[in-house]
Design a protein around this ligand. Structure first.
Ligand code: SF4
Ligand code: SF4
Length: 248
């Protein structure tokens, strides 16, 4: 298990940790392909992240996002995530799998409601990352994964320093290692945008929660209408091929 203080010592005092460099060091040390449970909250962040990681690891995407509001938008992002994984596997010959947690927004609201007025990127988001990373780690431990990680570090709107620091702390609560990352580096974010075009991936206009949507002035009734239409049209899409086999 990597230790945050040891990682920090590789960098000058006051210098930001380059978590992409740390990821590369970790990968160089792998003798065989580890099993990784990767958190993602929509297909966008998982595009290049999967393209890169599947060269080195067996990846399962974990969709556990009770922050997303309204429910139809949650269902839409879940369907789009599965569509992307299935298309990605078909094009690349990879075998990425998928697990979705139950949708329980009240649990997320219980830890974030007091921070509803915090700006996007602030204290509410830090709690939100922590809440979801904790659940990914717990699931990774329960299912015998070697690592858990987050695709969110590819987003320029998400603070990779905060996400990685939280992941490195949370791993000590569970018997599973956190995989640090900063996927936006080395052209990762640009590649994710290109892959969204290549795979015709839906890109949402707000992060996910009710609070951020309100702050942005998003018309949630319109979001709900469009999401409902998408879900109605795709609710029978078959993604059996990518479902994780729990009895392995
Ligand atoms: S951080 Fe935003 S773009 Fe990235 S997976 Fe989550 S909702 Fe999608
Ligand atoms: S803006 Fe995004 S990261 Fe922040 S609390 Fe809302 S859903 Fe979570």
């Amino acid at each position: 298990m990597l230790d945050y203080d040891e990682i920090k010592r590789q960098f000058e005092p006051g210098q930001k940790v380059n978590f992409d460099r740390i990821l590369q060091q970790v990968i160089q040390g792998w003798q065989q392909r580890p099993k990784l449970l990767l958190h993602s909250c929509c297909a966008l962040c998982s595009t290049y992240t999967l393209e890169y990681l599947t060269q080195h690891a067996d990846v399962t995407v974990y969709f556990d996002n009770p922050n997303i509001h309204p429910r139809m938008e949650y269902e839409r992002r879940k369907l789009v995530q599965q569509r992307f994984i299935q298309d990605f596997n078909a094009r690349t010959g990879q075998h990425v799998q998928f697990i979705a947690a139950d949708y329980r927004p009240s649990e997320w609201l219980a830890v974030t409601a007091a921070l509803k007025d915090a700006p996007e990127g602030g204290a509410r988001c830090h709690v939100c990352y922590q809440f979801r990373l904790d659940r990914v780690a717990k699931q990774a431990q329960a299912l015998g994964f070697d690592y858990f990680g987050s695709a969110l570090t590819i987003s320029p709107k998400k603070d990779a320093q905060v996400i990685n620091t939280e992941g490195l702390e949370i791993q000590h609560l569970y018997n599973v290692s956190y995989l640090p990352s900063d996927f936006k580096k080395r052209g990762g974010f640009a590649r994710s945008v290109a892959m969204c075009h290549e795979y015709d991936v839906y890109r949402q206009c707000y992060c996910g929660c009710l609070f951020a949507a309100k702050q942005q002035g998003i018309d949630l009734a319109q979001v709900n209408r469009e999401a409902s239409q998408y879900v109605d049209a795709h609710r029978h899409d078959n993604f059996d091929q990518i479902q994780f086999h729990f009895n392995r």
